[in-house]
Design a protein around this ligand. Structure first.
Ligand SMILES: [Zn+2]
Ligand SMILES: [Zn+2]
Ligand SMILES: [Zn+2]
Length: 688
């Protein structure tokens, strides 16, 4: 026996049995169910975890009856049903005492498949003891019933048979509501106690159950024939959004059955709610998903229902989850030394007519988004002032939570510079190198367009790299500026300089490396010198950030684009929640390691410029992103928010939602505008 096999044990510490072990399911969703059942975190790696047979109820095994007959050795040959879930209880199914009459009953029962056998009073009594009813029900629908062992685990009193001969056709009680013709008419909180049984326990949360694509005809095959008399049945079906209700009535006997294709949670078809949740939590667009579903001809939900679920349940879920997550990010940051933040704004439309601006502050040490402020341009007069307003609000929010900021790195936005200088003099303000380099690069590009200055163009890349190097290699602002100034000499093939930085640090340049030096006092040289030595630039370079940059914020901003595309208009709360989703995605994935091959070698990616010829860059290939925040959001939604929606909606009520932009303008009545339009463009023939 190998060492690995010898080490295998049941994961329950009080059990540690090494007999009859079952591996965790390969399917991630099912594995998560197991982890939840045994009380382990949902992120645990389950590849080497085992649970022994003792922790499964009898009904969890496909062949438990054979075990009872002694036909199967339970420690070796028990076969788990695909939907089985362990529990911390000790079932020890073989140690149960067996009565003779039970044995007799069980040996006969499987052979008798028709309902008639239950009309025998004795038989009915026996079968009750053995929970034959749930078993039978799942047989009659031919659909594998989820969680057959629930009754066993929770010791719910068994529902007595009441209807005599046709008792098997009575469906088990479960949350259900009479369906309306349109899914748009659902009302949250509406209950009808006569058809909705609150106490029914659904042990597998509906959002974790697997769903399948089932074709209508194949599904209806199951209802064609009466399970009692095998003759043809009348079938009526109707849909409520994604849920299908089937009424099966036998015209020959009295069999009648109502069936729904999904469970209901709090009177809402679980699939309708989860579809809306999946669309939003994954950052997709409802219209895009609807288009996809129509192409596939899958039943979906209407836009009104989507918006209703979004407003009632989904937005509160996201906002709550983000606040919780934010608390942990802040708590982590406070453990370390003083906090270093990066700040930047992203406008939702290009140019200077932005509707929304998202201001984000990032903990640069941890590379995690710490605070988001969404601002609508009419809140602050115009979009230019949004950046300063965003920073001010985010800083205030963090300060209220006890965060002391030592240093903040931003671009050189004039409003932000002024605000920090005047209102937060204790915070060191440093400028991001990428933004400064971009500014210098642009100026050189402009210069190179002039006919007399073409020679400047090839220098752009070196000069920009020089700027990064100045920041990264210096310990003081003065040193940065001295190094930066030297580039004016360098482009003229002079490598000895006056002042603090006396000599270029590169080795002598020969061959290809010797560039097209600029000739002194030519227009190109003079103008480039002006750009490099511009007083404003020199002054700001003193505050170039040498250790922390805001490139993480740039990638976060491009991530927001995926969660809230610029082409789609979102409400204020919708936009806010989507940026919060993007932040949770970023924070979960910002630190993910480089991908490796199966052999353990690091993986790289070559990147070429898309349109023009140019030098490639080598980037490290990261591991695929994970989406645990989506799982957590769905857990929160189905386990907590649905229970007490008001509690979660409160957190959004405190939010100040600004007026719509359009309220600033007077709009004509639509009917008037249409009338005017048609009279102006009326065809000539009608005019006559
Ligand atoms: Zn065990
Ligand atoms: Zn029938
Ligand atoms: Zn040089």
């Amino acid at each position: 026996m190998s060492e690995a096999i010898m080490g295998r044990k049941c994961l329950f510490s009080w059990c540690k049995s090494s007999n009859g072990l079952h591996m965790f399911p390969r399917d991630a969703a099912r594995a998560r169910l197991w982890l939840r059942a045994v009380g382990w975190p949902s992120t645990t790696d389950t590849s080497r975890l085992y649970v022994c047979s003792k922790h499964f109820s009898r009904e969890s095994f496909e062949n438990w009856r054979m075990v009872d007959f002694g036909l199967v050795d339970y420690q070796c040959k028990l076969r788990l049903a695909i939907d089985a879930v362990p529990s911390p209880e000790d079932f020890s199914i073989l140690s149960e005492p067996k009565l003779c009459c039970e044995m007799a009953c069980q040996t006969e029962q499987p052979a008798k498949k028709d309902a008639a056998c239950q009309t025998h009073p004795d038989m009915k009594h026996m079968s009750t003891q053995h929970r034959w009813k749930p078993e039978r029900r799942s047989k009659s629908t031919q659909v594998k019933q989820q969680k057959r062992h629930v009754g066993c685990n929770t010791s719910t009193p068994f529902i007595p048979l009441e209807k005599g001969p046709l008792a098997t056709s009575t469906p088990l009680k479960r949350p259900r509501r009479e369906a309306e013709d349109s899914d748009c008419s659902f009302q949250p909180g509406m209950t009808d106690s006569s058809i909705y049984n609150e106490s029914t326990v659904i042990a597998t949360p509906p959002h974790i159950m697997r769903k399948f694509i089932v074709y209508e005809e194949n599904l209806m095959d199951l209802f064609k024939n009466c399970p009692a008399c095998s003759r043809h049945c009348a079938i009526k079906s109707r849909t409520v959004g994604t849920v299908l209700h089937v009424d099966q009535t036998c015209v020959h006997c009295e069999h009648h059955k109502q069936w729904a294709s999904q469970p209901y949670v709090k009177n809402i078809p679980a699939g309708n709610l989860q579809l809306a949740a999946a669309v939003l939590f994954s950052g997709s667009s409802f219209l895009q998903v609807t288009k996809f579903m129509q192409a596939f001809n899958i039943q979906g939900i209407c836009h009104t229902t989507y918006l209703k679920h979004q407003r009632t349940f989904l937005f509160p879920t996201i906002n709550w989850q983000w606040k919780q997550h934010q608390n942990t990010v802040i708590a982590e940051a406070l453990k370390g030394r003083n906090v270093v933040l990066g700040g930047d704004m992203r406008a939702d439309s290009p140019g200077h007519s932005a509707k929304y601006g998202t201001y984000s502050l990032m903990d640069l040490r941890a590379n995690k988004i710490m605070e988001i402020q969404l601002i609508q341009s009419n809140e602050v007069g115009n979009s230019q002032r949004m950046e300063k307003e965003g920073l001010e609000r985010s800083l205030r929010e963090l300060e209220q939570r006890g965060v002391t900021v030592r240093k903040i790195v931003t671009d050189r936005h004039p409003g932000v510079m002024k605000f920090l200088r005047e209102s937060r003099p204790s915070i060191l303000h440093r400028y991001d190198a990428w933004h400064m380099a971009k500014g210098v690069g642009k100026k050189i590009d402009e210069l190179a367009k002039q006919r007399s200055c073409k020679e400047v163009g090839p220098w752009k890349k070196s000069i920009v790299n020089h700027l990064y190097w100045c920041g990264a290699s210096s310990s003081s602002g003065k040193e940065i500026v001295a190094k930066w100034r030297s580039v004016v000499n360098h482009v003229q093939d002079i490598h000895e300089h006056e002042g603090e930085f006396q000599r270029c640090q590169h080795p002598p340049l020969v061959g290809d490396q010797a560039r097209q030096w600029l000739k002194p006092s030519t227009a190109a040289c003079e103008k480039l010198t002006q750009v490099i030595l511009a007083p404003k630039l020199l002054k700001d370079l003193e505050n170039l950030s040498s250790d922390f940059q805001t490139s993480g914020l740039e990638s976060y901003h491009s991530l927001i684009l995926k969660f809230a595309p610029k082409s789609v208009a979102f409400s204020f709360v919708g936009m806010l929640c989507r940026t919060q989703l993007a932040a949770m995605h970023y924070n979960e994935n910002s630190g993910r390691p480089q991908a490796t091959t199966a052999a353990g070698e690091l993986r790289w990616h070559m990147q070429y410029p898309r349109y023009r010829r140019g030098e490639y860059t080598v980037r490290l290939l990261k591991r695929n992103p994970t989406f645990e925040y989506v799982d957590r959001l769905q857990d929160l939604l189905f386990e907590s928010v649905l229970e007490q929606p008001q509690l979660f909606q409160e957190s959004l009520k405190g939010l100040q939602v600004p007026d719509h932009l359009c309220t600033q303008f007077q709009r004509p009545e639509k009917s008037e505008a249409v009338a005017q339009h048609t009279s102006r463009f009326r065809p000539p023939s009608v005019c006559l």
